[in-house]
Design a protein around this ligand. Structure first.
Ligand SMILES: Cc1cc2nc3c(=O)[nH]c(=O)nc-3n(C[C@H](O)[C@H](O)[C@H](O)COP(=O)(O)OP(=O)(O)OC[C@H]3O[C@@H](n4cnc5c(N)ncnc54)[C@H](O)[C@@H]3O)c2cc1C
Length: 157
């Protein structure tokens, strides 16, 4: 990163991934165009998990090339008086895979469901029973994680 004072620590990056509920996944799309698609995520132990329909642009892209990045914007506060925004964001680079193992798939779906509705275990079971065969679970194995904040947010900048 060019301006290292703006760099966030690994702990801050992980905290942002844990707090945020969605970000933008970038994959190698059709015809050499990068395909960026917003997705809900959940972070656990160096991985990001997503759910997806079985078919579509995103899944086609992932099947042909697993390299990807996922960007989360944690803060974007406009300060008109200085023509700036006070921002904080994270980018996770890695490989994204369709989870084949049934137990891992179920665990990932439960994790994602609990992230959205932590107090509705019965509802979660019902949803999973209804949709389990119609959903793909994706796991992004994070290889490199960077975070950056606006220079104005750095103390003594
Ligand atoms: C905050 C947020 C959270 C989301 N969470 C999830 C999630 O957890 N799981 C999930 O499967 N989907 C989620 N979506 C929807 C997601 O962005 C995609 O629309 C969906 O995954 C289908 O992707 P696809 O590549 O299969 O699209 P396809 O159905 O193959 O789409 C065909 C074309 O439509 C366009 N397109 C698709 N999605 C979008 C979009 N969101 N905005 C603009 N153009 C689009 C693209 O040009 C694409 O090539 C979320 C969207 C938002 C905004």
């Amino acid at each position: 990163m060019r301006r290292s004072r703006q760099q966030l620590s690994r702990e801050e990056c992980i905290d942002i991934l844990q707090q945020a509920t969605s970000g933008v996944l970038a994959v190698m799309g059709d015809g050499g165009y990068p395909y960026t698609v917003p997705l809900s995520h959940v972070y656990a132990d160096g991985h990001l998990y997503f759910h997806s329909a079985i078919q579509g642009h995103k899944v086609d892209a992932i099947r042909s090339d697993s390299r990807c990045s996922f960007c989360v914007i944690a803060q974007d506060e406009v300060h008109p008086e200085t023509f700036t925004t006070h921002f904080k964001s994270v980018i996770a680079f890695g490989q994204i895979h369709i989870i084949d193992d049934e137990a891992e798939r179920l665990a990932a779906l439960r994790r994602l469901g609990r992230r959205h509705a932590p107090h509705d275990e019965a509802g979660l079971h019902h949803e999973i029973d209804k949709d389990f065969t119609r959903v793909l679970m994706l796991r992004l194995d994070i290889e490199h994680l960077t975070g950056k904040q606006a220079i104005e947010m750095v103390s003594n900048h």
